[in-house]
Structures are given as C-alpha cells and as structure tokens.
Design a protein around this ligand. Structure first.
Ligand SMILES: NC(=O)c1ccc[n+]([C@@H]2O[C@H](COP(=O)([O-])OP(=O)(O)OC[C@H]3O[C@@H](n4cnc5c(N)ncnc54)[C@H](OP(=O)(O)O)[C@@H]3O)[C@@H](O)[C@H]2O)c1
Length: 282
C-alpha cells in the first residue's frame, strides 16, 4: 500500500485553467468493490472543463452542487496498486484503463497520482497500446460506440422521449463533422470498420490523418461550409453539435439520421420531421 499523501491537480473554486493547482492531497481510501490505480496517464475531455468552470453550459437547474476541493478527470490508464478484499479478477501490477465514475455529477478524480476505481468500471489495458493512448480512449470511444453501435444502458435521456437507436452503417454514406476531434476520429474509424463510406469535415491540417483513418472524402470547413456541398447523406455524426447542428438536415436523405454528440441547443425538430430525418442523441 502506498504512503498516505500524493500529488494531484485540484481546484478550490470554479474558473478557467488558472484555478488548477498541483498540490498535495490524500491518497483515496480503498472502498469495497474498488481497485486503487497508480496513474500513468490521464485523458482530457470536455466534461472536465465543464465541471472546472461550474457547468456554465448547463441550464442552472441542472448544475450539481460540487464540494471543493475538486479533482477533475475521468479517463485514466495505470497500474493496479491495491485491490479491495471483495474484488476478484485484478491483481497488484496489472495494467488497466478506465472511464471513472462518469457521469458522477461531481468530480471523478483522475488528475492525480492515485485514483480509486470501481472494479466494474475497469478493464485490462490492451498490451499493444501505451498508457497515454489508452487514457485517450475511454470517454470519446465509448461516446462514438454508444451513438453508432450499442447504447449499452437503459437510462432515459432527459432531452428526448425515445431511446437512442444506432442505425445501419454497411454500405451507407456517413458524414462526420469535427472528425479530427476525440469523438470524431473514433466515429470515422467505426463507420469505416462497419463498411460505410466516410466524409470527414475537418480543418485542412488534418486531411492526411483523416485519410489514414479511412475517410474516403474530405471537406475543409474553414474554406467550404459542409452543409452547402454535402447531399444524400445517410447519417451525419455532428461531433460539434450545439445550436448549429440543424444546418446538416439539408445534407441528409429522407429516412436519414442526424446524431448531434452535444445535443443541447438543437431547435429544428419541426424541420427534421418535415424532411423525414431522425435526430437522436444518447
Ligand atoms: N454525449 C456525450 O457523451 C459526449 C461525450 C464526450 C463529448 N461530448 C461532446 O462532443 C463534443 C466534442 O468532444 P471531443 O472530445 O471530440 O472534442 P475535441 O477533441 O475538442 O474535438 C473538437 C473538434 O471540433 C472541430 N471543430 C471546431 N470547430 C469546428 C467547426 N466550425 N466545424 C467543424 N469542426 C470544428 C475541431 O477540429 P479541427 O481541429 O479540424 O479544427 C476539433 O478537432 C463536445 O461538445 C463534447 O461535450 C459528448
């Protein structure tokens, strides 16, 4: 068992990156069902900075109470340092990765030397992937996977009455907006893996990366608005989402689907219905 103090990146108030402090913190206590992980790498995701600045992107009534000090971070890769007595299947020294406690409506606590992880939220790290790449995967890959392949839970989505349903991908044309980002570059690879033709919308500097990942076509959004040139698309994954996502309705076939990864702000449900387009989020 390690000593009782570790270094962590903590914050004692909401705000910009300047509120983050690299400082001493207690090593988390190991609870029943948990594994203590010595962190080798963390991944940074938008929900980290949503919490850092006090969830200002959420309607006020949805903002959870958060006790300070806060340790941000959900995505982690590391080595097992201790295992609770009731946990089977993990041993000290195992290399593991995880998306910890998300959504937790509070800090998930990964930006630290040690993090306690419910064993049910942990998996062995694939041997061929190093810690930084493993820590970059969980949230963005799970997000793309849940939108495109398998929802994996029965929790109701407060933003829509119906349960999200992935759509068939084989032989379809899929446009991914924000295709060089965390969620977007996984969406491109999943669509390609499942037999779709992929159009990637990215800034020009990412063209060769996206071609390497399997995109058949490419739109540089800094030069051409994708909604002006793309037509007859079966599925748009808008990894940017928000209030501008409705512009993609006109790029879709009747019967097509628009999946905004960040659905807050979408106001064109009436147009979607007229055009016969399904708009859905997880
Ligand atoms: N629903 C969920 O469970 C869930 C989970 C995770 C994330 N999200 C949401 O998904 C969104 C993306 O997250 P992420 O982790 O993928 O973010 P990210 O890694 O920061 O990627 C964002 C990408 O957006 C691109 N971009 C910026 N402006 C653009 C524009 N005008 N047109 C097209 N692309 C543009 C950038 O591409 P260039 O570099 O090419 O400029 C960047 O690569 C966030 O809003 C996040 O909150 C949702």
């Amino acid at each position: 068992m390690p000593a009782s103090t570790m270094k962590a990146v903590r914050q004692h108030a909401f705000g910009g990156p300047e509120v983050l402090r690299y400082e001493d913190a207690p090593i988390p206590e190991l609870m029943s069902g948990e594994v203590l992980v010595r962190v080798r790498a963390i991944g940074v995701n938008p929900p980290d900075w949503y919490l850092r600045d006090g969830y200002r992107m959420l309607p006020p009534e949805w903002r959870p109470e958060v006790p300070f000090p806060v340790i941000l971070g959900t995505d982690v890769s590391g080595v097992v340092a201790a295992v609770a007595d009731d946990v089977a299947g993990f041993a000290i020294g195992d290399e593991v990765y995880s998306m910890v406690r998300f959504p937790s409506f509070g800090p998930s606590k990964a930006y630290a030397e040690y993090v306690s992880v419910p064993a049910s939220e942990m998996a062995p790290k694939p041997a061929g992937i190093d810690h930084p790449h493993a820590a970059g995967a969980p949230m963005s890959l799970l997000t793309a996977w849940q939108f495109m392949i398998e929802l994996g839970h029965d929790e109701p989505n407060p933003l829509q009455p119906n349960r999200h349903q992935p759509v068939p991908l084989a032989g379809k044309t899929v446009l991914v907006n924000g295709a060089a980002g965390g969620v977007g570059h996984f969406a491109v690879q999943i669509a390609k893996l499942k037999g779709a033709d992929v159009i990637a919308v990215v800034s020009g500097k990412h063209e060769s990366l996206l071609r390497d990942l399997g995109a058949a076509d490419f739109i540089d959004y800094t030069k051409t608005p994708p909604e002006d040139v793309a037509r007859d698309i079966d599925l748009v994954i808008d990894a940017l989402g928000g209030p501008t996502t409705g512009r993609f309705l006109r790029t879709l076939k009747r019967g097509g689907a628009l999946f905004p990864i960040f659905p807050l702000g979408f106001t064109d449900a009436g147009d979607a219905e007229k055009l016969g387009v399904t708009v859905s989020a997880t």
